[in-house]
Design a protein around this ligand. Structure first.
Ligand code: AMP
Length: 215
């Protein structure tokens, strides 16, 4: 399998900016960006039985069962690496079971762990709004749309994600601490984990991420 470009896993608590930074990094590295949460939400939007099952976990803030996520992500990761030589993978693996299911012929080169405080997670997610048409993400405080709760690109009304409710946020944070942080230990042993402070403004965090990949 070609491996000339970075294969990056991004892990971080909710609202840490994984999606924003992941998309930017993938553009910079010219590799596909694979966002697990969005791929699951796409399936929900298709209205399939599988999507209904995903929603039943996601709306409570729980992880979708590992075998489903491994099945969804494995081929996408292999294809991305085969075709582009690299990938930015947002939020997979998210627990040890998924880490065991990560394609064994794909070797991540970097794991970015973006850190923010619990208070900041709650603050950011309560103000997060998304456009369901073009998936653009806004924050009413730090990255507001030009017109009141309307998408800058298509004008659609912005909405809150179904899992950005206080109960689901609390549950997602607890799952992150209990299930996702232990995954980092495993990659730490390989010496590929880079911890990023996710508290500063978006451009500053992007600069810190960029420095890791500077030639
Ligand atoms: P995110 O968009 O990363 O905040 O993810 C939203 C939700 O999607 C999570 O709370 C989980 O319910 C689900 N999800 C995302 N990634 C995974 C994963 N790797 N394994 C299981 N569920 C996931």
């Amino acid at each position: 399998m070609t491996n000339q470009k970075p294969i990056v896993i991004i892990i971080g608590p909710q609202g840490s900016g994984k999606g924003t930074q992941g998309k930017r990094l993938a553009e910079k590295l010219k590799v596909p960006y694979l966002e697990t949460g969005q791929l699951l939400r796409d399936e929900i939007a298709r209205g399939s039985d599988e999507g209904l099952l995903f929603a039943s976990y996601m709306n409570k803030g729980d992880l979708v069962p590992a075998e489903r996520v491994v099945a969804l992500m494995s081929d996408k990761i292999r294809n991305a690496v085969t075709e582009s030589g690299g990938a930015v993978i947002d939020s997979f693996p998210r627990n040890k079971e998924q880490a065991l299911g990560f394609p064994s012929d794909v070797h991540p080169t970097h794991v970015l762990a973006i850190d923010i405080t619990e208070d900041e997670t709650i603050k950011r997610l309560s103000a997060r709004r998304v456009c369901l048409n073009d998936k653009k993400i806004y924050n009413l405080i730090s990255n507001p749309p030009k017109h009141d709760e309307q998408c800058d690109v298509c004008g659609a009304k912005l909405v809150q994600r179904d899992d950005d409710t206080p109960d689901a946020i609390r549950q997602r944070l607890s799952v992150y601490k209990q299930d996702t942080e232990p995954v980092l230990e495993q990659y730490q042993a390989l010496g590929i984990v880079h911890r990023i402070d996710g508290m500063p403004p978006i451009d500053e965090v992007a600069k810190a991420v960029g420095e890791i990949f500077a030639e």
